[in-house]
Design a protein around this ligand. Structure first.
Ligand code: B1M
Length: 211
């Protein structure tokens, strides 16, 4: 079994110490940060998600896996941030109201910071007004929203609507992402961009900030 499969396996087992150790070992062996992320950590979490859906594992198992995911992310964070270039502008980032899932959002934040953006991370369960008011107060041209629950996706539309109501269209742009979100939904609510994953999100934010 290669080291990426081992990382994915230990993540599924919820063993944060092993995930941290194996991630650090992979880095020492010269495995790329993005490879570790996509084929180790995210791959492991995807399996846990499927098992959870089939009722083969339960919430406490998912929490342990999430903790292990963070242990791995802590190891790769310095490498991602080391690639940082001078600031490309500000982005307000958060998980929408009612939604506590923050792993994907944190990954997007990490990648954006690594790419040179000044990330104002509002955390999770963020009210629509808070997104918009922070963008105005901080003069940030982009708001990034993450949602993992189908029930919280409509909150993204509420933010876009608030931007229109406050006459900020064209001044504040939006990008949405998260497992249940797709390009069609982004178009339907009038978001300016959809981020498929954390790499693609950086490319889209670059385009939005440069407009
Ligand atoms: Co929950 N959960 N969860 N969960 N959880 C899901 C989302 C679910 C699909 C599981 C399932 O049934 N298979 C399901 C949602 C079903 C639905 O809505 N239709 C679900 C449920 C039901 C729930 C609860 C309701 C369970 C309960 O209490 N009965 C509850 C809700 C709590 C709440 O939010 N109010 C709940 C709770 C939890 C935990 C707290 C235990 C934990 C979260 C821990 C945390 O985040 N700190 C958790 C987890 C870990 C998951 C799964 C297993 C994994 C999510 C994850 O972190 N994936 C998830 C199953 C799944 O998604 N397969 C599940 C890894 C992460 C890297 O991927 O976030 O998709 P993701 O991010 C990707 C892309 O989407 C993209 O980039 C990332 C990768 O590059 N991306 C963006 C994300 N945000 C972006 C923003 C962008 C651009 C790209 O631009 C700004």
């Amino acid at each position: 079994m290669d080291i990426l499969q081992q990382i994915a396996g230990q993540l599924q087992a919820g063993d944060e110490e092993q995930v941290a150790a194996l991630t650090s070992q992979a880095l020492t062996q010269g495995v790329g940060v993005r490879e570790i992320l996509n084929h180790g950590l995210i791959a492991g979490m995807a399996v846990v998600g499927e098992q959870f859906k089939r009722h083969e594992v339960f919430l406490p198992d998912v929490l342990l896996a999430a903790r292990a995911m963070y242990a791995g992310m802590d190891q790769i964070k310095p490498r991602l941030l080391a690639e940082r270039v001078p600031t490309l502008g500000k982005i307000v980032l958060g998980t929408v109201q009612g939604d506590l899932h923050d792993i994907g959002k944190n990954l997007v934040g990490l990648m954006l910071k690594g790419a040179g953006f000044d990330v104002l991370d509002l955390g999770n369960d963020v009210a629509p007004e808070k997104f918009v008011e922070t963008a105005v107060a901080e003069d940030a041209p982009v708001i990034g929203m993450s949602a993992l629950l189908t029930t919280t996706m409509p909150m993204m539309g509420r933010v876009v609507q608030l931007i229109r109501e406050r006459g900020l269209e064209g001044k504040v742009r939006t990008i949405v992402g998260g497992a249940p979100v797709d390009a069609r939904f982004a178009r339907e609510i009038g978001a300016d961009a959809y981020g498929f994953d954390c790499v693609n999100a950086v490319e889209s934010v670059r385009r939005l900030a440069a407009r």
